[in-house]
Write a protein of this length. Sequence first.
Length: 330
Amino acid sequence: MENIQFANPDYFYLLILLPLMVVWYIFRQKRQYPSLNISNIQSFDKSPKSIRIYLRHLPIIFRTLAVGLIIIALARPQTASTRQEVNTEGIDIVLAMDVSTSMLSEDLKPNRIEAEKKTAINFIDKRVNDRAGLVIFASESFTQCPITIDHAILKNLVTELKTGLLPDGTAIGNGLATAVSRLKDAKGKSKVIILLTDGLNNSGEIAPQTAAEIARNYGIRVYTIGVGTRGQAPYPFQTPYGIRRQLVDVQIDEGILQNISAITGGKYFRATSTKALENIYSEIDKMEKVKIEVAYFHKKTELFFPFALAALILLFSELFFKFTIFRTIP
């Protein structure tokens, strides 16, 4: 019933005729049949009752139902179905995320790695038509999830990220090179890497600039994000007496990150707070859009015929009873 609509709903105003027909029938019955006053009806109590007594109002019932069905048929009930076709080549995106222990710093709330995970998941939710993957890096790099359209799996893997998955350090070049290897053969209209780190490049066999040149050769654009406040940030140290927080210097290879984005035609961002990181992902989301062509198809199926047929049957039934069982002789 949810898909049924009426092409001519104004005809439903004619339903007011139905109670008027009933009132007219009652009035006509009183005028048509005279009454006979007798002193005692006891002699009629045991007389058999004809079937006409029980069915005498059947014709008006048939006629009223027929008129109601005709009105519904005139209103033209129909089902409407809508189908849409989305034509898009989409974008292939790899998130290259730093999971070194420095990501536990608490200048972003609750800490850098949790803010990184939350904003990445929100970003993935907005990229409905895109394939996305995940690369993590510390002193080494690892493909956590190849590019996929199954965003549920990707978000689960992002949620499970934590420090300590890889030996500690920051290998920006290795992380970028691994992300490039995931994208170099992708068929998307645009290929993008979002690389996020909070430290100095101090590990790895591949120089960041070399990885950036490779990315440019494959037509991959790289957006780099440096995460961390300016100056010092609280960091939780494990001591024999429990966790103690101390201020440590925030050091980010901004020159390298700016160089990577410049080589590949991307852009460098600095996230000094959780809100700033959210705004950065929103800005990247706006910049990386492709045109989506949506074609809508509407199909309507007429349903008036069953109502019209039922009304015709009821009208013939009324005529049958009127000229057979309820036939009257003047």
